[in-house]
Design a protein. Structure first.
Length: 386
């Protein structure tokens, strides 16, 4: 018997995505140099909520697409969602729109540092964190995470404190992609205290937060001297539409950041993104809850498969979302793993692209119907045992 979320929202139903201009699917052959099952870039193979489609269809019925002016409606929906989902409501005026989280991450580096300054990141980490520093002519200052014996990760506090003595900006990934951590209240409080003492601004990318399986707490709860970046893009599978929000409690910090957003002209969200995100946050809670149940079931299915078929793969069920961080170092070096994955027809993100600590790992996106996940895991087994 199907579970309720499967019957209502059809997460188990495969959807043909080739021919839709999908980076994940149409772009896979170019990226990997051959025909692969793509389980790499972080978008999901699930239909978005009907409420979003209806909102977009309604907007498309009007034949004029001038500059949008309904930003306050979207921001109110975002604030309501933040309060309902995470138990925290931003202060009035703290939230503003952005064209996207990654462009805003780059803008934050320019806003709060000058060329040559150091910026802290904690790898292994989503590659644009490092690119945002390097492409803006700042020094990349690494405070790598510590890996535990049971495949979990924690902050290396001595390394972070040393880095804070040299930098006034920390780019935080919360929850942390790719290692699967939702930072605890104690960890975030300690981080906030250290950064406050060092007069360090924290820019917290929380785009995956809505998909947490445990309690996620927005970083500004612990420190007003921070910038929270988020969007409905990951949690409602609308990343291709763009848009997002920046929440900055401190008025002076807010003005500095908004000045840079205007200089970069990334302070606006397009008309379709406004409608999509507003609808997601106002009407998408039931779909999103069902999605988390389905994703967690996929994560557990994957754990059982690996224990049975590939016991030397290091894997810990992530505390959020749909990105599995797999230690495959027992099966060869990175070059051999890549070759064998391509021979098996499987496209994954290779660990070294996530910086120090990524060697010997791959990242696998399991936000896909169960049958597709089974096929992907079969190809992974073929690749590692070849």
């Amino acid at each position: 018997m199907k579970k309720p979320e499967e019957a209502i929202f059809h997460f188990n139903t495969p959807i043909q995505r080739m021919g839709t201009g999908s980076l994940k699917w149409d772009g896979a052959a170019h990226r990997f140099g051959g025909d692969v099952l793509p389980m790499w870039v972080a978008d999901m193979d699930f239909a978005i909520p009907e409420c979003i489609i209806s909102a977009l269809q309604q907007r498309l019925e009007h034949p004029i697409f001038g500059y949008p002016s309904d930003e306050p409606v979207m921001l109110e929906a975002a604030e309501d969602w933040m309060e309902a989902r995470h138990g925290w409501r931003p202060e009035p005026g703290a939230a503003g729109s952005i064209s996207g989280v990654v462009p805003a991450l780059f803008a934050a580096v320019r806003a709060f540092t000058r060329p040559g300054d150091s910026v802290i990141v904690m790898p292994p980490i989503y590659p644009p964190f490092m690119t945002a520093v390097q492409k803006n002519d700042r020094e990349l200052l690494l405070a790598p995470l510590q890996r535990g014996a049971d495949h979990d990760y924690s902050i290396d506090w001595p390394a972070l404190e040393k880095a804070l003595s040299r930098s006034r900006l920390l780019l935080l990934c919360s929850p942390h992609n790719p290692v699967g951590r939702v930072w605890s209240a104690a960890e975030l409080q300690r981080l906030a205290d250290l950064c406050s003492a060092a007069h360090c601004v924290v820019v917290s990318d929380e785009i995956h937060a809505d998909l947490s399986y445990t309690q996620h707490i927005p970083f500004p709860v612990f420190s007003s001297h921070s910038v929270l970046l988020s969007s409905a893009g990951k949690s409602f599978n609308i990343a291709g539409i763009g848009g997002g929000i920046a929440i900055i409690p401190d008025p002076e910090l807010r003005q500095v950041f908004r000045d840079e957003l205007y200089r970069s002209q990334i302070h606006q969200t397009n008309a379709c993104a406004l409608k999509a995100m507003t609808s997601a946050w106002k009407q998408g809670a039931e779909w999103q809850t069902a999605l988390r149940h389905y994703l967690l079931a996929n994560a557990r299915f994957m754990q059982e498969f690996l224990r049975r078929e590939l016991p030397d793969v290091g894997y810990r069920i992530p505390e959020f979302g749909y990105l599995a961080w797999l230690d495959v170092s027992s099966y060869g070096d990175d070059t051999a793993i890549q070759e064998n994955l391509l021979k098996a027809g499987l496209g994954l993100n290779l660990g070294p692209s996530f910086g120090p600590g990524g060697a010997g790992f791959v990242r696998l996106n399991f936000a896909t119907p169960r049958a597709t996940l089974e096929e992907g895991l079969s190809r992974l087994r073929r690749a590692l045992l070849s």
